[in-house]
Design a protein around this ligand. Sequence first.
Ligand SMILES: *Cc1c(COP(=O)(O)O)cnc(C)c1O
Length: 384
Amino acid sequence: MKYISDELNKIRETGLYRELKVIGNAQDSHIEIEGKTFLSFCSNNYLGLANNPSVVKAVKDAVEEYGWGAGASRLVSGNMTLHETLENVISRFKGKEAALVFPTGYMANLGAISSLVSKGDLVICDKLNHASIIDGCRLSGADFRVYAHCDMEKLENILRKSSRYNRKLIVTDSVFSMDGDLAPLPDIVRIADKYKAMVMVDEAHGTGVFGRNGRGVVEHFNLNNEIDIVMGTLSKAIGSLGGYVTGDNDLINYLRNKARSFMYTTALPPAVCAASIAAINLIKRDPSIRESLWHNVRFINDNLKSLDFNVISSESPIIPILIGDAQKAVDMSKSLYERGILIPAIRPPTVPVNSSRLRMTVMSTHTKEDLEILLEVLSEVQNL
Ligand SMILES: *Cc1c(COP(=O)(O)O)cnc(C)c1O
């Protein structure tokens, strides 16, 4: 077992050791760590739905009616009314024929990609795709190619030399989780069409945030009929837990029969599905929640301009400030923490060397005062 402590020492020496913080209250813009209150600017709970009263009530009611655990895989006896209702709610929300819910988004990507392509096929990814997409590609056994971030010329170059493959699949994040920018979906669709490739879009950070009805970036670009495979998670703006794939009936029936991360795992507790159902219904019913999020995003972006920060992109509620050096980013994150603000430093290997950053995320439940405090503290630590 000596290799474990050796490896740990190596991780510590390179400044990449990771530790957990313990949050002592419900998830919201203000969180408690070791009895102290912090303003959080790093949650994916963009709309504050993880602790929304009507979501919490839906969970309590569901527990009363259905108890807690699901007891078995969906395919055995774990498939309960609320799993079916949730899939109907998702497919209607997304404007697709059907949906399949997995226990997490990670498992949805693993199961979907490894079912859609295999040996003899080609799967193509953006360089900055999420780890769960990369792991799904590796697991599939298909040849795996990567193009530079959003580089459509590189994507086309790969496809131009792809005639020997049976099936071709392009997978991309819709909102890139570390840079906060959007995939050029209209170009991807056009190129995919030309080379007869399938397109799968991961809307983890898009769902509930983008598009006129909050359906995601696919809606934002008006491409719902052009993109056949849309994946997402229920754990970010939806504030709950679970992953899903949505598309036509054949696709969903196929995944139900093929995706091992769906077949060989226990179904989500039904009350978890109740939370997602309540949250999606809120998003549909009350656009003002999404409007406050975007109002806050605009306020931060406008005011960051007057501070001398290098903001990587301002297209989404993910606002990364480029610092460069890993140690400097860690020091700044620590200074913010000492002043009651939680913004993590993102370092290699999560991002390329010399592109360490402070990754901020904005929520609809941040007040104007919260945002003003953030800006004040940012300008303070900038000059340290
Ligand atoms: C968070 C995330 C996932 C994984 O979703 P979970 O439900 O948290 O497992 C997948 N893809 C992207 C792009 C993500 O940001």
